[in-house]
Design a protein around this ligand. Structure first.
Ligand SMILES: [Zn+2]
Length: 202
């Protein structure tokens, strides 16, 4: 798999290195890979990730997402459907999904859970039912934060809110964004090598 010439410096050789607790991101969501193989150049230290290993990490991530409460579980979605008094088709229509997808998300032994995008939309609907009025941007940024994605206060919303300083929206906005630590941006990024490239070079 490895043992090919480094594409960064063209001097060193990329060699396999076993690592534990590797910081990685899938669709912007950070998670740590318990154990994995990374290619490291013995000259410049550039790191590459094979497409196969990347796929394995993604699968691992999906599995971890399923086991965590980061995605609404099938019961949550069935509960939401019942709360709305909707059929599966109607719930699908509400959020722009297909009936087949929603059916799959509600399957207790599902293999294809909803994407984070669909999950965000479902949570937004749930929040609307629970609280009547939702400050959408603070709600979305707070959900992102729960997923380890640190977002700054949206600039456009800030201007809008400043004009309505006494509004409850302003209070929600302040609660959501005050005292936020800046994004540290320290997570290393790994370059993914297309499967074919590393196979032929090896
Ligand atoms: Zn190199």
């Amino acid at each position: 798999m490895f043992g090919f010439e480094c594409q960064e410096c063209h001097k060193g050789v990329v060699r396999a290195q076993q690592r534990a607790d590797i910081p990685f991101k899938v669709d912007g969501i950070p998670f740590n890979v318990p154990e994995g193989t990374v290619g490291v150049c013995d000259n410049c230290g550039a790191e590459v990730l094979s497409a196969k290993e990347c796929k394995r990490w993604r699968a691992l991530f999906e599995q971890m997402q399923q086991q965590s409460d980061r995605l609404l579980c099938p019961e949550d979605i069935m509960g939401l459907k019942a709360q709305l008094g909707y059929t599966t088709t109607q719930l699908a229509g509400l959020i722009g999904a297909t009936r087949q997808s929603v059916t799959q998300w509600m399957n207790a032994s599902r293999v294809a859970p909803q994407s984070r995008m669909a999950d965000v939309l479902l949570r937004l609907v749930r929040e609307c039912l629970a609280t009547d009025s939702v400050e959408v941007l603070p709600f979305l940024t707070s959900l992102a934060r729960d997923n380890g994605i640190d977002l700054p206060a949206p600039a456009r919303s800030r201007l809008h809110m400043l004009g309505r300083s006494a509004s409850p929206g302003r209070a929600a906005y302040d609660r959501a964004f005050q005292g936020r630590p800046p994004s540290d941006g320290t997570r290393p990024s790994l370059r993914v090598v297309p499967q074919g490239a590393s196979d032929t070079a090896a």
